[in-house]
Design a protein around this ligand. Structure first.
Ligand code: C2O
Ligand code: CU
Length: 491
């Protein structure tokens, strides 16, 4: 049985306003189990076969500001914003991708543990897909859950125009929920009179917490009303696909429990307030309001909490007993050894001229010093990782890898934040276990992106089980694009 306070004010008081990882204090009072509770085993056999889809990146005008307002020239992969791809665990996805944009692009499959040559990073894992060209992707996602896909060069502008899709790999439920709804959170930088864009990056934003959108949306609508079956236990897949904003998400008027983080199942625990940074996902089960009643998805981070979406109960009440949502079934992410694992340290800092110059040319890496084009490099370098920045030295080349790892080995990495800003740190290709944080009280959980708050040191562990060059970067896109990006090579 789960219960939660319903008063947002008491939550804020307890959390102390601007606390870096809100939710932490309150949750710690309840105590996170250091050893995660056991999840039920999967009973359904994996599917087989192949699902073939076509995606075309193209401009498709859309009324983001409302039915009467001017259109915005958004970029999407399919007929609707945040095109949804659903497949079953075990199914192979084959994608015929066509670039109908005026500039080159590629598709990175965020959070999927797939082979490196399908990872979609221009110059690192594939050639850029030029305007008018096609490219095929083919892979079998090993994990169930809520994922997404997006470009990997000129990301502030391409993602800023909406170029992102959602991928759901089904087969993780132990009992079916009464509803399954995707909620994509994204802000847009719009001139509200014309529907046109404001600059996606600003020098001030690049150097600080990023440039924020002016129009907040859920599923490309401003504070939409979404119907839920009254009294049902409904799965809401929350995705933060914004380039900048870190939400502090919670619900009013509905009980809610977290059942997966970045697609990875975790034993259900009450959601009070959870900081969801760019690229992060949270699967939540809510008890839908009674018929005609409302519940709200809120961002509590601002002094004045913001309603992101309103949920309205419809029909006969489905459930009347206490809220005890079904857990998802266990995934099979390889468990990193912590004893005997190799320990590494990755420091996130501003780029000082001196430090950036320390970047070592690694002639043994085939990528280091590969030349980048202007969409994949930036003329400014604000940030660094272990003293190295992306692009390397003269702003045109791929730098040396941050680390060279051995295939099959476990690594424990301490991520340390030496800046006064929050960074959502993402590692491609591997799902890591968040073992510890010196500042945030977090449950031990699996993730592909973790928030690093100022002065925090977060320890993650993972098994480097696939060879290749795997990007690691801040997912606050203006940080990523002004230096806070690198890669590890697994050999
Ligand atoms: Cu969401 Cu480098 O990726
Ligand atoms: Cu950052």
């Amino acid at each position: 049985m789960m219960s939660m306070p319903s008063n947002a004010l008491s939550r804020r008081t307890l959390l102390g306003g601007g606390l870096a990882v809100a939710g932490a204090a309150l949750l710690s009072a309840r105590g996170f189990a250091r050893t995660p509770a056991k999840l039920p085993k999967r009973t359904r056999a994996p599917a087989s076969g192949e699902k073939a889809i076509s995606l075309a990146a193209q401009e498709r005008p859309f009324r983001l500001l409302g039915a009467e307002a001017p259109e915005t020239a958004i970029w999407t992969y399919g007929p609707e914003p945040f095109h949804l791809v659903r497949l079953a665990r075990g199914e192979t996805l084959s994608v015929d991708f066509e670039n109908r944009l005026p500039e080159h692009t590629s598709i990175h499959w965020h959070g999927l543990r797939i082979p490196n040559d399908q990872d979609g990073v221009p110059y690192v894992t594939q050639a850029p897909v030029k305007p008018g060209e096609r490219h095929s992707y083919r892979f079998t996602p090993p994990d169930t859950g809520t994922f997404w896909f997006h470009p990997h060069c000129d990301t502030a502008a391409q993602l800023g125009r909406g170029l992102a899709g959602v991928m759901i790999v089904e087969g993780d439920e132990s009992r079916p929920y009464d509803e399954d709804i995707v909620v994509v959170l994204k802000d847009w930088r719009l001139d509200e009179k014309t529907g046109g864009y404001l600059p996606f990056s600003t020098p001030r934003g690049e150097l600080r917490a990023g440039t924020f959108g002016t129009v907040r949306t859920a599923n490309a609508a401003i504070a939409p009303r979404i119907a839920l079956p009254a009294g049902g236990d409904c799965r809401l897949r929350l995705l933060n696909l914004d380039s900048t904003r870190i939400g502090s998400l919670g619900f009013e008027g509905m009980e809610a429990a977290i059942v997966a983080i970045d697609g990875n199942p975790i034993a259900p625990f009450p959601l009070h307030e959870w900081r969801l940074g760019p690229a992060m996902r949270l699967d939540v089960v809510v008890r839908a309001p009674a018929s005609g009643a409302e519940g709200r998805l809120m961002d509590f981070f601002a002094a004045e909490p913001v309603t992101l979406a309103t949920f309205v109960g419809e029909g006969e009440a489905l459930k009347t007993g206490s809220f005890d949502p079904a857990p998802l079934t266990a995934s099979d992410i390889p468990e990193p050894k912590t004893k005997g694992a190799e320990r590494l340290r990755l420091a996130f800092a501003t780029a000082s001229g001196g430090k950036a110059a320390l970047a070592i040319d690694d002639d043994r890496d085939p990528l280091a010093n590969a030349l980048l084009d202007s969409l994949c490099s930036a003329s400014k370098t604000n940030w660094s990782m272990n003293g190295q920045s992306w692009p390397g030295g003269d702003h045109s080349n791929v730098p040396a890898p941050l680390f060279t790892l051995k295939e099959g080995r476990s690594y424990v990495v301490e991520l340390s934040n030496e800046t006064p800003h929050v960074h959502p740190i993402h590692l491609h290709g591997f799902t890591f276990k968040v073992l510890n944080s010196t500042r945030a009280e977090l449950p031990v959980h699996y993730a592909d992106t973790v928030l690093l708050t100022p002065n925090d040191r977060v320890t993650i562990g993972f098994v480097a089980d696939r060879v290749g060059a795997w990007m690691v970067h801040c997912h606050l896109i203006e940080h990523q694009e002004t230096g806070m990006m690198g890669y590890v090579r697994v050999v």
